[in-house]
Design a binder for this molecule. Sequence first.
Ligand SMILES: Cc1ncc(COP(=O)(O)O)c(C=O)c1O
Length: 391
Amino acid sequence: MNGNFDRSIERKGTDSVKHDLLTPVFGSEDVLPMWVADMDFEAPHCVQEAILRRAEHPVYGYTFRPERFYRAVSGWIGRRHGWNVDPGTIGFSPGIVPALNMCVMAFTQPGDRIVIQPPVYFPFFSAVSNHLRTIVHNQLVEHDGIYEMDFDHLEESFRDGVKMFILCHPHNPVGRAWRREELERLAGLCTRYGVMVISDEIHSDLVLNGNTHIPLASLGKEIADLTITCVSPSKTFNLAGLHTSVVIISRPDLKKEYDRILDMVHVGGGNIFGMVALEAAYTGGDAWLEQLIGYLEGNDRALREHLRATVPQLVISPLEATYLAWLDLSFLGMDDRALRQFVIGKARLGLNDGPMFGPGGTQHQRMNIATPRNVLMEGARRLSDAIRSAG
Ligand SMILES: Cc1ncc(COP(=O)(O)O)c(C=O)c1O
């Protein structure tokens, strides 16, 4: 166990997107970076040690992924989520966004209709539109900051002809960990209308506050045969820069088609350090992850308590999963442009602007809380002070 999450680590000067691109993105260096979904925490020691061990061997030539790699993935998913995954169904991807794009290329044709549920992680839109497929929105329905799927509208879209559905599970940015009843209802619709599902489960290990993650494909063979599950250690252990992720495809014909696309663009080789990091994390990272989850829950509580006491009009969606707080700032009565200027110029915060998540994102901001508590509270104070002085 080694999670010292209170330790501040200087990340400026490491070519960090989150810390070193403030002026290009926010037009100012004077903002506290609480945007991009990576954490300001060091990776677990078992991962650092595995990378250092491999780096000590001075030849970094081509490598392949050994059986151990796939067993590590299936062992992790079995332990953490109770889903028994055959290592032979696991494929590689250099990231989840590349996997979404490759699945769209492999399993749909130009013009096909693909459903996504905004407000949602913005590369979902481009994964569809990049390949000239048609986006169909099934906007989440919100009441008092709690988001749900609109099943009636979803069924209508399926009835009109839909080839694929991209599920964000858990859902970034609204923090939902979809429950069994919701997943069963979704699976029922997908099987009835023969709609294939890409289930992006990149945040599945980061489930907080007593919630659980149920892999969609674990619900039964019928839905498993329609589902491509995307999994990665990159959010869980803060390894996004290593570009090593996996997809789980239980139908051999679909797996073959996915692998064909991966080979076609020749990105299946992977990265030596990503490989050893995944193995180390998925075999020895459990205790560290438990500590991380406790720390994130503490951060979530501290942020909520501060904002409730200082700006009670601000609604924060319950954080069932992810480390991304979804803030409803509509009570300020500003349009999106003014709100963005207010957050950058007055609160001096670098957050993700709600509209980038599509319909439903307006007048919201996304705040990354995976940072030492003193940094989080500095961000919380900047926001509440700016709101109170505006008001
Ligand atoms: C839902 C979701 N999918 C995918 C990604 C990014 O995946 P990758 O960096 O592996 O492409 C993120 C990052 O925030 C995410 O939130």
